[in-house]
Design a protein around this ligand. Structure first.
Ligand SMILES: Nc1ncnc2c1ncn2[C@@H]1O[C@H](COP(=O)(O)OP(=O)(O)OP(=O)(O)O)[C@@H](O)[C@H]1O
Length: 246
C-alpha cells in the first residue's frame, strides 16, 4: 500500500487507525513505523513518561501530522478531512489551559457545537440546557479563570461530551481530579456511547477495559486485555524498582 492509499470500506474500517506512522518531535524519533487498528469502544494507553502516549493522541486527533504513513478515521484520511475532522475525533488535553479558549463556561461549551452548523445563539442555548441537565447551571456564566484546575478539567470533559465526536481522546484526564471527580469521570466514560481512548498513569481506571496498549519508547510493548497488560506493566515497574534498590 502506498502512502496515499485511503481505505474506503467504512463498514470494516477501524474507528481509528495508524498505518506505518513515523513522527519526529524535536530531536526525538517518537514513532518509527507504528501501525495500530483501534476498533474497541474503550482503549487505555499506559507506559512510562515519554513513552509516546500524548504524541499518539495528538496524531489521532490531527494535531500532529505524521512525517510518513497515515492516520485514518473509519478508513478516511484524518489529515485530508479538514473541518469535518472535529465531528470524527476530539481530544481533552492534559492541561485544561491548553484547551479552554473562551472566558465563560457556557461560551466554551457552545464552541464545541459550531462544527455541527449551529448558530451562536442556538449553540449557547443547547450548552445551557446541557449544564442544567447536569445540575451545573450555576457554572454557566462563571469565568473559567475562577474555577480550580480540576473544575476546568471537568469543563473540558463536558465540552467534549457535548461536541460529541465519534471518538473521544482523553490525555491524563484523572490527573488533577479529586476522588469524587475521578469516580464521576469514570462513570461518565462507562456511560458514553462513543469510542473513548484514555491515556493514564492511574491503572485502576483502565484495568477493566477490554484493551490496553502499553507503549515504551514509541513501540507497543504489550497490547491486550486491560487486566493482563496492566499486570505486566506493574510487574515491570516492580522489577525496575527492585533493581534500583539492589
Ligand atoms: N514538543 C516536543 N518537542 C520535542 N520533543 C517532544 C515534544 N513533545 C514530546 N516530545 C518527546 O516525545 C517523546 C514522547 O513524548 P510524549 O509526551 O508523547 O510522552 P508521554 O507518554 O505522553 O509522556 P507523559 O507520561 O510524561 O505524559 C518524549 O521523548 C518527549 O521528550
Amino acid at each position: 500500500m502506498n502512502s496515499h492509499t485511503v481505505v474506503t470500506d467504512s463498514s470494516t474500517a477501524a474507528a481509528l487507525a495508524l498505518q506505518q506512522v513515523r513522527l519526529q518531535r524535536g530531536r526525538t524519533q517518537v514513532f518509527d513505523g507504528l501501525s495500530l487498528q483501534l476498533h474497541e469502544p474503550r482503549i487505555g494507553l499506559i507506559g512510562d513518561n515519554g513513552a509516546g502516549k500524548t504524541s499518539l493522541l495528538r496524531l489521532l486527533c490531527g494535531l500532529e501530522v505524521p512525517d510518513s504513513g497515515q492516520v485514518l478515521s473509519q478508513g478516511q484520511d484524518l489529515h485530508a478531512a479538514g473541518a469535518q475532522r472535529a465531528r470524527w475525533v476530539g481530544m481533552m488535553f492534559q492541561n485544561p489551559d491548553d484547551q479552554i479558549i473562551f472566558p465563560t463556561v457556557v461560551e466554551e461549551l457552545a464552541l464545541g457545537l459550531q462544527p455541527q452548523g449551529l448558530k451562536k445563539k442556538e449553540a449557547k442555548a443547547q450548552a445551557l440546557q446541557f449544564l442544567q441537565n447536569r445540575g451545573l447551571q450555576d457554572w454557566a456564566d462563571r469565568a473559567v479563570t475562577s474555577l480550580s484546575q480540576g473544575q476546568r478539567q471537568h469543563v473540558c470533559w463536558l465540552a467534549l461530551l457535548l461536541a460529541g465526536p465519534r471518538s473521544l481522546l482523553l490525555d491524563e484526564p484523572f490527573a488533577s481530579l479529586d476522588l469524587p471527580g475521578q469516580a464521576r469521570l469514570a462513570r461518565d466514560i462507562a456511560q458514553t456511547a462513543q469510542q473513548v481512548i484514555v491515556s493514564t498513569h492511574l491503572l485502576e481506571h483502565v484495568r477493566n477495559f477490554s484493551r490496553v496498549i502499553w507503549l515504551e519508547q514509541g513501540r507497543v510493548l504489550a497490547d491486550g486485555a486491560g487486566s493482563t497488560v496492566c499486570a505486566a506493566y506493574e510487574a515491570s515497574v516492580r522489577a525496575r524498582v527492585a533493581a534500583m534498590d539492589s
